[in-house]
Design a protein around this ligand. Structure first.
Ligand code: ACM
Ligand code: ZN
Length: 680
């Protein structure tokens, strides 16, 4: 892991022959709260830089700097040290950095603050070709307490070495919470002594790649099976990881998913499910006491390994289906006076919370834990937008914001035709960076409960380590900056700094996205299109979905075409099934062409229609078919694309009404997403 810090030193050695670059503390991510330039510069050519540390009671800073011998070396005479670090006592995570030609002085009340000051220096020194730092004074501190990244190690297992490498990168950008999504149907990843089948069986599958596993029936296998792919972390590995992170002022928050996303548990231990059978229930049975014995045992072992104040208990997307027909769940509801399955879920979460609280810890849950009543001391992670988070804030709960639109970095970050297959969406760096957690309408009181934000990399479509890094960087930089820096934003300046940090991480062996060659938004969506149907009245024979109505009846004829996603631009209109709509052009006219676009995003169940039929009419009653256009794309094609279906009627064709019918895809639950009907 130390390899990443070999590079700055190597670059410094090369610097004599390369161009000389003087960097400034305003070049880093996250942007410091205040930078005041003074005269002169501090030379970086004397590497390793001599240092002295004062007030570092636990020796953590010194121990950390000793891991970077290419960059730092203890000063023989502390009074002559080039880098002087002082921990002065007090609270908080602020630091100051005073850069003069002779010395860089970092001062902070706590070791954490000094560590952050040190990271500012390390980032500066590692900027490509940097030979000197402009003199100045930096005063800096974090805006939010929680600046996190989620690692989904269930869908695809990642090694401890991979996680350590990411911890190094996180430290460099002052991210301080690593959320480990340990358990999900795709595999259980933490050694639990009392339930060995979780790791002897439920951590292994015959297919390495999640999609292959799903396509082959989502079966587990024994660890001893020659086909076994996957893995788990031993407690020893996890303790080592916890320490590695803590040495870098990063907390690891373990997540054990309950009661949903638990098929690996109900298959390894069917007695914890409603049906009592393997491979049936997504959810744990809330009626059976054995479930709570299991949860308490597991959480006891989890808390034994993880010192984190917070234990994430999931809570999202429970299907609750089995509970309705399970005699144990029904008996529980009756005995506890619970009126529906939402309250049954809350019963489970509250009971687990009580247990976790009794051990001096707190729970975090996804925003579904609001349904049926929120556990009294729970912190909410708001992912389905920010609505749940705001509701929780208003009721005095702590909240971490991670709204899908901005913080789900399993979405594609560039034009889908140039990107690997993803779950869908389009969340480029600029979109992540535009997120502001403190929304209008939140009071100072609410703000005190707003702990911060986090990006989540769900990894169904992210099989390899390289691919995961590609998804994290540079988007993690935006999370780091929003979480740390003051809220003023200048995307151009952030982009400039992101390119530098990207260069650095790339040169250190991280597989970051090539930000310098970003393609960007769908070109057609950037300019308006004028046409005969623009502003026309549209009559829907099949209504659009309430959930994806975009700009209602004007969407398809407003002259603006959709971008790479239906999720956020309000330009693509969604239909659950088929499409059938008629445009009224106002009067009979010559028709030269008619067209409509549909989207293909199979990771999100969005498919092209099987065919699109165009009809015309003079009176709105008697239609004649112009032409049917068939889809010529293999339905298993995995990437996102947009297809234009266009017909050119025979010369002389006239009409006032253009009707477009599209047959949806056969896949159960498939959606159609349509945009601009263009008629000329
Ligand atoms: C989630 O994305 N299901 C939290
Ligand atoms: Zn049950």
């Amino acid at each position: 892991m130390k390899a990443q810090f070999l590079i700055p030193a190597a670059m410094l050695l090369m610097a004599a022959s390369a161009q000389a670059v003087t960097v400034t503390p305003a070049d880093i991510i996250p942007r410091p709260a205040s930078v005041t330039q003074t005269k002169g510069e501090f030379s970086l050519t004397a590497v390793p830089l001599t240092y002295a540390v004062k007030g570092d009671a636990h020796g953590g800073l010194k121990a950390y700097m000793e891991t970077l011998p290419e960059l730092f070396t203890p000063a023989a005479k502390p009074s002559k040290a080039l880098i002087y670090i002082a921990v002065t006592g007090g609270e908080g995570e602020s630091y100051t950095m005073d850069v003069t030609p002779r010395q860089i002085k970092i001062k902070a009340p706590t070791a954490a603050g000094a560590f952050y000051g040190l990271q500012s220096l390390i980032q500066l020194a590692g900027i490509k070709d940097a030979t000197a730092i402009e003199c100045g004074k930096v005063a800096d501190e974090p805006r939010f307490a929680h600046r996190g990244l989620l690692f989904d190690v269930s869908r695809h297992f990642r090694s401890p070495e991979f996680l350590k490498k990411q911890i190094d990168a996180m430290a460099l950008m002052k991210l301080n919470n690593l959320h480990l999504h340990f358990t999900d149907a795709a595999g259980w990843r933490m050694q639990i002594d009392r339930y060995p089948r979780l790791t002897e069986f439920a951590a292994w599958r015959p297919q390495a790649v999640w999609q292959d596993w799903v396509d082959n029936g989502s079966q587990y296998c024994d660890e001893s099976d020659p086909r076994a792919k996957g893995g788990y972390y031993t407690k020893e590995q996890l303790r080592d990881l916890v320490k590695y992170a803590a040495d870098r002022h990063i907390r690891i928050i373990p997540e054990i998913e309950i009661p949903g996303h638990s098929k690996e548990v109900t298959t390894a231990y069917p007695e914890l499910s409603c049906s009592g059978k393997p491979y049936v229930d997504e959810d744990l049975c809330i009626g059976k006491e054995a479930t709570f014995d299991f949860l308490e045992d597991v959480l006891t072992e989890v808390m034994d390994v993880f010192p984190s104040e917070y234990i994430h208990i999931g809570g999202d997307e429970a299907s609750k289906a089995g509970w309705r027909n399970c005699k144990d769940c029904q008996a529980r509801m009756k005995a506890e006076g619970l009126k529906d399955v939402d309250e049954l879920q809350s019963y489970a979460i509250e009971r687990v919370e009580k247990f976790v609280n009794s051990k001096g810890r707190s729970i975090i849950g996804w925003d579904e834990i609001l349904e049926g009543g929120l556990a009294p001391n729970a912190t909410v992670m708001s992912w389905r937008g920010t609505e749940g988070g705001i509701k929780a804030l208003k009721s005095g709960h702590d909240v971490i914001m991670t709204p899908g639109e901005f913080c789900y970095i399993d979405y594609t970050q560039d034009a889908p035709f140039r990107e690997p297959i993803s779950i869908g969406g389009y969340t480029p760096l600029s979109k992540v960076y535009s997120y502001e957690p403190l929304e209008p309408g939140l009071t100072d009181d609410d703000a005190r409960h707003l702990m911060g934000l986090q990006a989540n990399l769900w990894s169904e479509y992210v099989p390899s380590d390289e691919h995961a890094e590609y998804m994290y960087y540079p988007r993690a930089y935006a999370i780091a900056e929003i979480g740390w820096a003051t809220p003023e934003k200048n995307y151009d300046d952030f982009h400039r700094r992101a390119l530098m940090l990207n260069d650095r991480l790339t040169s250190e062996g991280y597989h970051a996205f090539d930000l310098a060659n970003e393609y960007g938004q769908r070109r057609e969506s950037l300019t308006e299109v004028d046409h005969a149907a623009r502003g026309a009245k549209v009559t829907y024979t099949i209504p659009y979905s309430d959930k994806y109505k975009a700009r209602m009846d004007s969407t398809l004829v407003d002259g603006v075409r959709g971008g790479w996603t239906y999720g956020s631009d309000n330009r693509w209109q969604g239909f659950a099934g088929d499409f059938d709509a008629t445009v009224d052009l106002g009067s009979v006219r010559q028709l030269h062409s008619a067209g409509i676009s549909f989207m293909h995003a199979p990771g999100a169940w969005v498919h092209l229609p099987q065919f699109v039929e165009f009809e015309v009419s003079d009176n709105g009653r008697d239609f004649k078919t112009v032409e049917t256009v068939w889809t010529d794309l293999d339905p298993v094609y995995g990437k996102i694309l947009m297809k234009n279906y266009v017909v050119t009627p025979a010369p002389g064709t006239q009409g006032r009404y253009v009707r477009i019918k599209a047959k949806g895809h056969d896949r159960p639950g498939a959606w159609l997403f349509a945009d601009e009907i263009i008629v000329n």
